[in-house]
Design a protein around this ligand. Sequence first.
Ligand code: UCC
Length: 596
Amino acid sequence: MAFQQPPPRLGNQYEDDRVLQSYLQRALPAEVLAEVEDELHALGALAGGPLYEAQLADRRNEPTLTQWDAWGERIDRVEVTPLWEEAARLAARHGLVAAAYEQKYGVHSRLHQFALVYLFTPSTDLYSCPLAMTDGAARTLLASGNGALILDALPHLTTRQPDHFWTSGQWMTELPGGSDVSHTETVARQDADGTWRLYGRKWFTSAVTAQMALTLARPEVPEGEEDAPEGNAGLALFFVRLRDDAGRLQGIRVHRLKDKLGTRKVPTAELTLDGTPAVPVQGLTDGVRRITPMLNVTRAWNAVTAVALMRRGLALARDYAARRTAFGAPLAQKPLHADTLAGLQATFEGAFHLAFRVAELLGESEADGFDEDAAPPPLLRVLTPLAKLTTARQAVTVASEVLEAFGGAGYVEDTGLPALLRDAQVLPIWEGTTNVLALDVLRALKKAGGLELLKEEVRRCAEAVTEPSLAEAVQRATQALDDAAAWLTGAVLSGPVPVEAGARRFALTLGLAMELALLAHHAQWALDHEQDARPAAAARRLAAEGFPPLDRPPPADAVARATETPPDERSTDVFVPGDGPIAEIRPNPDWGDGAV
Ligand code: UCC
């Protein structure tokens, strides 16, 4: 018989995942793990079995938009694919949002929740997107202290009953800006009866099948009253119910679903709001600040999704390597292939521990209640954007390598593999790009008074490490933070432009350093309690991969060289070279004294 190439197979996604199991053994009290483990086994079986099969069978299905019914009435009905319908029911039943709010396991509630999310996500084609926003909306409403909205929406957002479960959208992006929302054009106008209505265009709305959304709009000020503040401060956060009791959209027209590179199951829509009734969540100003609880929660989800996708790719690649032979042996026995997978595994393990450290801190911050207006604790505030930006970039790299590990099969759609790369590519874009988050890290560090809290976290990890072969890993993490601190001091002295220009390299250095320290810390525990040397091997490998260079030639010099401008004609402005016209970096006035 002719050679038949074996497809990759998945087993129980909990039982096959030593990284998750080992971490939960360490991070959860034994009685909590004993209580939640049956569900983890069950979800692992589902994710590696029937749900994975359903995902492959659903591959070509996409959401549809029907704008008109047969009789000419505008209906704008969006239907999702069978996989997503099932995912919605499963998500409610397994409490993927509810687990965080039931607080059954106190400080460990977020770990319980995110372990479930991590298992569920890779087999449901980014259904974690609406769930993340739903979780973020619940958190934002609780932070707002708006009793009426909390009473109305929270029971739906946090229920385990599929028929009552609501998801929420998060509508921020408009045509003038996705990262900089200060130019939001949607206005809010108040009727004589006091009802607020929204008028404007929302350019990316994920996902339009939700029952509610949180959105930004600029309230109009009645003539004769004092002008509203400009920019972000003049925006208000509004709550919108998408449909009336008869199921009709309320003043919302859906123009089209976006034709995106990936996240093809997510019905991301362009909308016009034309008199949509809305309720101010918390006053008529400071909408951006009011929505930040949502951003911080969805960024934590993003990090967990990034590690979940990395883990799925590696599970498939490892299985395939065990059975696919080439040049006389299974790929897994080929030193070069094994080495490639080992590098990816190390990246994944570092990312895993950073993402779940954020989950731990989030859980700790919520255990005493979801206080109105409570700012996130400083370490959580800094680690959230760091984890989001670092793991998202790593997910793209790992997904790309995973496809390559399959050779041509990784490039063929009906293996289901290309979707991994396309879906991973959204992670550094939505919920704040790498660069926007790098600037957010600077903002958060400035508020926290500098790098000391990260150094303290690395020290905590380093103190736990006694194994000599792990010493270099923690030493490198410590050194990377020192290098980052020295770079920052130098950059701050040079002015705001170098700080902003280097913010991405700086943030990625910090993110990798935290990953390395957290992984080394866990590796010591695994050696002591499980006699498992694999996390230690991963830590050494991650340490050996090194850090991105912090110092680059000042952009002005680089451009001068690129354009061969004679030194005496060089501009004192700072430029970066590009393919097209030279782009100018505009210093951000917020970095004024740059005293991070
Ligand atoms: O992409 C989108 C939907 C995708 C679907 C959801 C997927 C979930 C997936 C997860 C799992 C798969 S919706 C669009 C997402 N867009 C963004 O994320 C926006 C990116 N832009 C930013 O992050 C910016 O940093 C802004 C818009 C948050 C802030 O911009 P500015 O202009 O710098 O804002 P301000 O005026 O400086 O900030 C307003 C206030 C300030 O506080 P006050 O007023 O006290 O000075 C900031 O310190 O907000 C505070 N602030 C924060 N506070 C800003 N960011 C944060 C933060 N992260 N946490 C706490």
